[in-house]
Design a binder for this molecule. Structure first.
Ligand code: F6P
Length: 362
């Protein structure tokens, strides 16, 4: 088989596991005698002429970096020329053309796009950008809101980051007989809060998918034998008539009911942390699947992990399987989202454990 040239790019918010997947793809390319070109700074770097690149090989990529969070390629800046800023200035089609030209100039046979549901939805919508090569997407995000995969890269490590953070908070909570309202990331998907909540046996977990009643939350906390603990609040929840950060809203309600509490915001620490073994294995599986897909000349596909199996599905299948949402940043573009569904097994487990999960019936 003629040696191939592969491109790889990380886009959207970073997470742990990106460097592992880059390293696993690189190792696979070395074995096959393929060349691997990393695009630096996501679409910012691809937009440049010539594109900002680095040849990835065992000299340029230090193996010791492969378990560190973040991306050695970087994910780009917020305010440079990208999909969002180009859409806002009415120059999206010129931007797309520049990306297409850069990919063409790099002479790539295949392109591995490691992205979240926003980036994958954009790749589906603007498939023309990748028309002359094999496009393989790898799903990553701490939000785990990508349809058709049981895990996204970075999710398990983010859950562990939250768990370690809450384990520490619980010690000071106990000393001071108070509660911590911890606000998790996750956008409008409650998976991160739900998983961490079950892992730490939180006393309450509020997620956007389930309605809750603050009075019942207060009753629940007051009914507990302990006088300290953790209430996890997903960043996507809202309380009618209240504005501001969700954790602050809940905290005010608790204070008004004489429940001593503090808020805590782990923020981007959730995207950091040494990549857990399960995320490294996921990275290895996704990389293997992506390399096989390139060998099989597949295109417009996404790697998935479903029911213990790694395989590819078409980007169309990914897109249609999710619940469509308007892209919050780009007019007229839809993203495909996954949420905590009512039959999620962890919901039942959490409720059985006595965690207040909103008005979910036992
Ligand atoms: O999508 C990943 C995520 O970490 C969300 O959970 C969070 O809402 C958002 O990105 C934060 O984005 P930024 O890095 O722009 O603050």
């Amino acid at each position: 088989m003629k040696p191939k040239t592969i491109g790889i790019m990380t886009t959207g918010g970073d997470c742990s596991g990106l460097n592992t997947v880059i390293q696993r793809i690189m190792d696979g390319c070395v074995l096959r005698k393929w060349k691997l070109i990393g695009i630096r700074d996501g679409t910012d770097g691809l937009y440049l002429s010539p594109a900002k690149t680095i040849t990835l090989n065992q000299e340029s990529f230090q193996f010791a970096n492969s378990h560190l969070a973040g991306s050695i390629l970087s994910n780009g800046h917020a305010y440079t020329t990208n999909f969002i800023t180009s859409a806002k200035s009415g120059k999206l089609s010129a931007f797309n053309n520049r990306l297409k030209k850069s990919l063409h100039d790099l002479n790539l046979d295949a392109f591995v796009l490691v992205g979240g549901n926003g980036s994958l939805s954009l790749a589906h919508t603007y498939r023309e950008i990748y028309s002359n090569l094999s496009l393989i997407c790898i799903p990553k995000t701490i939000d785990m809101d990508i349809p058709k995969t049981d895990r996204t890269l970075g999710f398990d490590t983010a859950v562990q980051q939250l768990v370690s953070y809450c384990d520490q908070l619980l010690l000071t909570a106990r000393s001071h007989h108070r509660w911590f309202v911890v606000q998790t990331m996750g956008r409008d998907c409650g998976q991160l809060a739900l998983h961490a909540g079950v892992a730490i046996a939180a006393d309450a977990v509020l997620i956007p998918e389930i309605k809750f009643d603050v009075d019942n939350l207060v009753k629940h906390i007051k009914s507990l034998k302990r006088d300290y603990g953790i209430i996890l609040v997903s960043e996507g929840i809202s309380i009618r008539g209240h504005s501001g950060k969700p954790a602050d809203m809940v905290s005010r309600k608790l204070t008004a009911s004489n429940i001593p509490n503090r808020t805590a915001f782990p923020e981007h620490i959730q995207r950091a942390g040494d990549t857990l073994a399960s995320d490294r294995i996921l990275a290895a599986g996704f990389a293997d699947c992506a390399l096989n897909a390139i060998e099989n000349n597949e295109t417009y596909v996404m790697t998935t992990f479903q029911n213990g199996e790694f395989k590819t599905i078409s980007l169309d299948e990914f897109f249609k399987a999710g619940k469509p949402q308007r892209d919050p940043n780009i007019d007229g573009v839809m993203t495909s989202n996954a949420y905590v569904e009512p039959d999620n097994v962890l919901l039942q487990i959490a409720t059985d454990m006595g965690i207040y999960m909103g008005e979910k019936k036992r």
